[in-house]
Design a protein around this ligand. Sequence first.
Ligand SMILES: [Zn+2]
Length: 147
Amino acid sequence: MHQRAGSRNVIELHGSMWRMRCQTHGVFEDMGETYRHHTCPHCNAWLRPDITWFGDAMNDQVMKAADDVVSRCDLFVAIGTSAIVWPAAGFPELARDYGAWCVEINPEATELSSLYHETIRLPASEALRQHPFTTILHTLGGTTKQD
Ligand SMILES: [Zn+2]
């Protein structure tokens, strides 16, 4: 979804439904919206979506990339998350520990709401239209340059 909206450098923490992979031979090319292959051309095993299901191990490289980004960000915005699924639920505290301004957008409070500098109790579609994120980023950038 983010890539289709034009976002670059997206870290897919839980993989992508648009890729298929063989348990033995790894990930195949992005299949787009249509799965052209249902079995691995190397071993003929059934392919599965390249996503992390409950019980699957997280991809260490993806987690490291996410930790790196979260620990270096100036603004951390959590949108519509339950804040109960780990390890992603640890990102707000990590961001805050490294000095990010943290904003939660969620109509409901979560267990982690107290970690945020700012909470917005609106649906994401309304909050993102109304919130002055550009102003906050500009302000944070000015603060960073003085440090
Ligand atoms: Zn295979």
